[in-house]
Design a protein. Structure first.
Length: 399
């Protein structure tokens, strides 16, 4: 009798019925796309190389190119209402007041690499860059230039008008508590990588992702704080992936893109992550969700992906090991699910064929649950165990 440890790392289980969870959209561009932002379920924007700005008014079914008048790559796009939006390149700050149909250059910043734009409400906004920050308090009508930290900035977040974070080259990440007048080190300098994305779900709970190289291999950085950066946890292990963007649809459900085309998902506030089937291998650079189900990811060569079911398409789970086991495997009559972990003892068990058909379903019955699979045809099956907070998936064989 063979036991299989039900662990997160190393399980590969792709339900064929879920394989189209992410649908590639027709973008009408081959430019690398670096940022995506949606105003509402219908109206969204994607920006990238060569001054490319794309707009959709039908939820991503079609995209049109909007002229920006610049050739530098647009690294960040942000809207404060249905008509007013901003985008930033390395040297230019753009603004639209007609829902992205036309864009004007609002400011030009020579010898200053600008990379990120972010608003706290509709009035107060920030543009962050290398040694320079722009600040507006009048909805972007006017911007004040102020000196910032000497950091090649990749990402920026403000939880309010005073508390803000920026991360950049070699993972160096800084925090300000006085609106950017002064900065102190939050995450120290570490060579051969970069902090790529920051997302806070409240004023204390934040997530930081990035990637780098160590001894010739790609490494992942993931950090979570629940006290504004005073202390950290790192529940996601090194996946050998360069993580590029993180986005939370709510306080518990979040997503991460990676430069190998991966998309990761959590449903328990970052304590456990599942790899989704994106169906692409190109760099994915940005992700944005409207609610917990409808989301978009953009990347190189004009790639735009859309999901309407929260990206369901489980291929691999990454977390600390769980102590759940199933046996025997292969199984003839009765599959035993051993669940010593209390939070999994009231879970929904689903069994799928490899074609994605639900063939069996029941609830767990305490620490051990016997699943009668006697009447199932021989073959490979997918066992899915789901609680309100998380989902685990494993394969078994009916002999």
């Amino acid at each position: 009798m063979k036991k299989i440890l039900f662990i997160a790392v190393g399980i590969i289980a792709a339900l064929q019925g879920y394989s189209q969870a992410w649908i590639k959209q027709q973008s009408n561009t081959t430019s690398n796309l670096l940022s995506v932002y949606f105003i509402d379920p219908n109206n969204g924007f994607a920006a990238g190389y060569n001054g490319t700005m794309l707009k959709t008014s039908d939820g991503g079914d079609s995209w049109s190119v909007k002229p920006t008048g610049i050739t530098h790559g647009l690294g960040s796009v942000y809207f404060t209402d249905s008509l007013t939006g901003f985008a930033v390149s390395c040297c230019e700050l753009l603004k639209t007041t007609d829902g992205g149909e036309t864009w004007i250059i609002q400011d030009t910043m020579m010898n200053t690499w600008m990379s990120s734009i972010f608003f706290v409400g509709k009035d107060t906004g920030f543009v962050a860059g290398n040694g320079r920050m722009l600040v507006t308090t009048d909805k972007g009508a006017n911007w004040t230039r102020q000196k910032s930290a000497n950091l090649f900035v990749n990402c920026f977040w403000a939880t309010n008008s005073k508390i803000m974070y920026m991360g950049g080259e070699n993972f160096l990440t800084l925090k300000s508590t006085d609106g950017g007048a002064n900065w102190f080190e939050l995450i120290p300098y570490s060579s051969f990588g970069g902090m790529e994305s920051i997302f806070f779900t409240d004023e204390n709970t934040g997530y930081f992702v990035g990637g780098g190289y160590a001894h010739g291999n790609t490494g992942s950085f993931f950090g979570k704080t629940t006290n504004g950066g005073a202390t950290w946890t790192h529940p996601l292990p090194n996946l050998g992936k360069w993580l590029s963007c993180i986005f939370f649809a709510n306080s518990t459900t979040g997503y991460i893109t990676a430069l190998d085309g991966s998309i990761l998902k959590t449903t328990n506030a970052g304590n456990q992550w599942t790899e989704l089937n994106s169906n692409v291998t190109c760099h994915l650079n940005s992700i944005f969700f409207i609610g917990s189900d409808i989301g978009y990811a953009v990347g190189d060569s004009g790639t735009i992906l859309k999901t309407t079911n929260g990206g369901v398409g489980i291929s691999q789970t990454h977390s600390t090991p769980q102590l759940i086991t199933i046996y025997p495997n292969p199984v003839a009559d009765e599959l035993v699910i051993d669940i010593p972990i209390k939070e999994w003892q009231n879970a929904d068990i689903q069994v799928y064929s490899v074609s994605g058909q639900l063939v069996l379903r029941q609830e767990t019955t305490g620490t051990k649950t016997a699943l009668n699979v006697r009447n199932l045809p021989k073959g490979i099956y997918i066992l899915k165990i789901a609680t309100a907070e998380s989902t685990e998936v494993v394969k078994f064989e009916k002999g």
